[in-house]
Design a protein around this ligand. Structure first.
Ligand SMILES: NC(=O)c1ccc[n+]([C@@H]2O[C@H](COP(=O)([O-])OP(=O)(O)OC[C@H]3O[C@@H](n4cnc5c(N)ncnc54)[C@H](OP(=O)(O)O)[C@@H]3O)[C@@H](O)[C@H]2O)c1
Length: 296
């Protein structure tokens, strides 16, 4: 199968390229890929799809530095919304299946009095910041333009390749770095997510891509934790000695609003017997094991 991976040089995209071994892969990004594509320039997308004529397109590219999106909404929308729409139109024209990665941030605060449970695909969305709103707009525009699509929302990604939009270090590396520099680390207990290893997510994306499943899917590792519990597991599994202190989001004021609870339920994947995501702790162990194998 001819498969085009957009965002192939990024944290998730590099694992998607590995997970799709056996496909005839073409990579695309703004730099350092087979094709220079800028989602903010619709003609570059059309040009790439017309010359590569893929059967399948996997899009992991996004404008996703959250504070930068807040400062430049037009750039965020040009990539995450209208750029994704142009990609979807081109896929529809050439008859390609489109798999697109989206985010847990499409959800907002829990409704007052609501009991906490992981968000399902059909729960109401309520984005709290420009990044999230532009990604949700992209989901809607894509669904309207391309019939054969799957939108995969995930959360808290970390992988072996650097997250280009966030300047390199993922959360695991940041915790290990801070532990070695300071010996004491403060991490919030009031923001809940599901940390997700990109290598596991890439396998899940392949599973969905090779099925006939369409629509919106949640795909994170299983379970949930606070950032503080995530940090605690990182230190435990890497045998790192450090004093881990609790904090709240008020200790780290930010101009950007984010959901306090964004764990996702892989409900539709389960219904279709497609869910291959590991528990988040197993994902973390696998990541640490593979990182040390890389160093060795
Ligand atoms: N990171 C997270 O915690 C997280 C959580 C939930 C969902 N997501 C979603 O997961 C996806 C993958 O994230 P990631 O962590 O792998 O990001 P990443 O490391 O920043 O990679 C993004 C990739 O997209 C390319 N790219 C960026 N802007 C582009 C543009 N305008 N046109 C074409 N290519 C562009 C980048 O390469 P160039 O810069 O060279 O173009 C890179 O290859 C994104 O859709 C993001 O919204 C991420």
């Amino acid at each position: 199968m001819q498969t085009l991976v957009i965002g192939a040089t990024g944290q998730l995209g590099s694992d998607v390229v590995k997970a799709f071994r056996g496909h005839q892969i073409t990579t695309a990004a703004r730099h350092a890929a087979d094709y220079d594509v800028d989602l903010a320039q619709p003609e570059s997308i059309r040009g790439c799809l017309e010359s590569t004529r893929p059967d399948l397109v996997v899009n992991t590219a996004a404008c996703h530095n959250v504070p930068a999106c807040e400062e430049s909404p037009s750039e965020a929308y040009a990539v995450n919304a209208t750029g994704v729409a142009a990609l979807a139109e081109s896929c529809q024209e050439i008859g390609a299946r489109l798999i697109h990665v989206s985010t847990d941030y499409v959800f907002g605060h829990l409704p007052p009095g609501a009991s906490r449970r992981p968000w399902r695909e059909d729960d109401p969305t309520a984005p709290l910041n420009v990044y999230a709103a532009s990604k949700l707009a992209g989901e809607h525009l894509l669904a309207a333009a391309c019939e054969d699509h799957a939108i995969i929302r995930s959360s808290g990604l970390y992988g072996q390749s650097p997250c280009l939009a966030k300047g390199g270090r993922n959360f695991v590396q940041l915790m290990l770095h801070l532990a070695s520099e300071r010996g004491e680390v403060k991490v919030v207990t009031d923001e809940i997510l599901t940390p997700t290893y990109t290598a596991a997510l890439a396998q899940q994306i392949r599973r969905v891509a090779e099925s006939e499943a369409r629509g919106v899917f949640h795909a994170t590792c299983q379970g949930e934790c606070s950032w503080n519990e995530f940090a605690s597991a990182i230190f435990e599994y890497s045998d790192t000695e450090v004093r881990l202190l609790p904090a709240t989001s008020e200790d780290f004021p930010s101009p950007v609003r984010r959901p306090g609870y964004s764990a996702l339920d892989n409900a539709r994947l389960r219904e279709l017997s497609l869910d291959v995501m590991p528990d988040w702790r197993a994902g973390l162990r696998q990541y640490l094991h593979e990182s040390s194998a890389d160093v060795a």
